[in-house]
Ligand binder design. Structure first.
Ligand SMILES: NC(=O)c1ccc[n+]([C@@H]2O[C@H](COP(=O)([O-])OP(=O)(O)OC[C@H]3O[C@@H](n4cnc5c(N)ncnc54)[C@H](OP(=O)(O)O)[C@@H]3O)[C@@H](O)[C@H]2O)c1
Length: 374
């Protein structure tokens, strides 16, 4: 099976390394951007050398960003090539068009590496769905924030120095916004909803809160109650809608997700006959992520059936009432929903839905919120 690789960074290099020792997979061409990357005779700066090569069966996209990744994959599909991508941002934003085009051209789109890095999460969902509808999932989908939260919890450290350290170690990007503001998890929640429930939520409707404003004292409070803080992505299937969110949650220490530390990811599904099942492993990194990409290529080689989900957009409604931890400089503005005071800026709320809470706090740009597990 001949492969054209778009992008030769962290994931792309892992993909070529694994394929180069495979008996049946051959990376024929590699698209790179800069002259200094033309180190391998297979490298090219002209995407047509891949998209226009009739010998190439599969185009693997590991470039990141929406454009030109989307356009390149669209052209690959139109040229009857199967595609594999690790790019959650592009796929979560453009999946409807890409799937429609893939169906028209009778080729497949595989995207295991977009969620949970090396964890076979999408493949596990597919296997569960052969028997059960999936009712819900929740999980730690981002290794960078889990690394920071674990160190804050274990070593009683503040957020800022840990973020800098994560950047120096290469765990966090120089612009860490997608990780710490929860966008990365939002894309993964959307793609998981697509696979698990056969629907695509409107991205802007998924309430998304990250850990940018977390402080050591928030973790100290959670700890004092026998809890820890994790950034959790959730999806729950409802009649005619879904519940979906990304937000910090104070989890009881006995919760399986509370015990997933450092840069590991863990995702739990719930379905009728399997019940709760937890999938855990390396959520990122060159070889674990490339492993997921190459598994997709093997599925294409083995002609695993590709389904084209009928992707209706679905409304996201978060109406379940919960208790939230709020810390804000303008906490007194929320007097009518506050219950137990923790300090001058920090309260637990009365039970309130995330939708109602979101309406109240939408102008408060520096608020830290966490759901408190009951
Ligand atoms: N890293 C992980 O652990 C991980 C895990 C799961 C999913 N992913 C996803 O996988 C994708 C790739 O991530 P990565 O970590 O491998 O990123 P990366 O290290 O930045 O690699 C991307 C490579 O693609 C190149 N590129 C970008 N646009 C290009 C273009 N138009 N033509 C040719 N080359 C181009 C980049 O070149 P320049 O650097 O010169 O721009 C870079 O070398 C992203 O969508 C990411 O979200 C990554």
């Amino acid at each position: 099976m001949k492969i054209g690789l778009l992008g030769h960074g962290v994931v792309g290099k892992g993909v070529s390394r694994i394929c180069d020792v495979s008996k049946t997979l051959q990376v024929k061409r590699i698209l790179v951007k800069d002259d200094w990357e033309l180190t391998d005779p297979r490298c090219t700066q002209n995407v047509q050398d891949i998209l226009g090569d009739p010998e190439i069966d599969v185009v693997v996209e590991c470039m990141g960003g929406i454009e030109p990744a989307r356009t390149f994959l669209m052209k690959a599909i139109q040229n009857h090539k199967h595609v594999v991508t690790s790019n959650k941002k592009m796929l979560a934003n453009c999946c409807e068009d890409l799937f429609a085009e893939a169906e028209k051209n009778n080729v497949s789109i595989h995207y295991e590496a977009t969620c949970g890095g090396g964890i076979p999460w999408m493949a596990s969902l597919e296997r569960i769905l052969r028997i059960d509808p999936v009712d819900s999932f929740r999980g730690i989908f981002n290794g960078t924030t889990n690394y920071i939260l674990s160190r804050m919890d274990l070593e009683s450290l503040e957020f800022e120095p840990l973020l800098k350290e994560a950047q120096q170690l290469g765990y966090a990007e120089q612009n860490p916004s997608d990780d710490i503001d929860g966008m990365d998890v939002k894309y993964k929640v959307a793609l998981s909803c697509m696979k698990a429930f056969g629907v695509i939520p409107v991205l802007d409707e998924i309430p998304t809160y990250g850990i940018r404003y977390i402080q050591k004292k928030d973790l100290d409070y959670a700890k004092s109650k026998g809890m820890t803080c994790k950034l959790i992505g959730t999806g729950i299937k409802k009649e005619g809608s879904i519940e979906a969110s990304v937000l910090p949650v104070f989890l009881k220490k006995e919760d399986v997700l509370a015990n997933t530390s450092m840069n590991f990811n863990a995702i739990e599904s719930d379905s009728a006959t399997l019940g709760k099942a937890v999938f855990t492993g390396q959520g990122a990194g060159s070889l674990p992520t490339a492993h997921a990409v190459v598994q997709d290529i093997y599925d294409i080689e083995n002609k695993e059936a590709m389904e084209y989900p009928s992707l209706q957009e679905v409304t996201v409604i978060n109406s379940a009432e919960k208790i939230f931890y709020l810390r804000s400089k303008q906490i007194t503005d929320y007097a009518d929903i506050l219950d137990q005071q923790i300090d001058a800026e920090t309260y637990l709320t009365k039970k309130i839905s995330l939708d109602d809470l979101q309406k109240k706090i939408q102008e408060d740009k520096e608020i830290f919120i966490a759901e408190v597990q009951e």
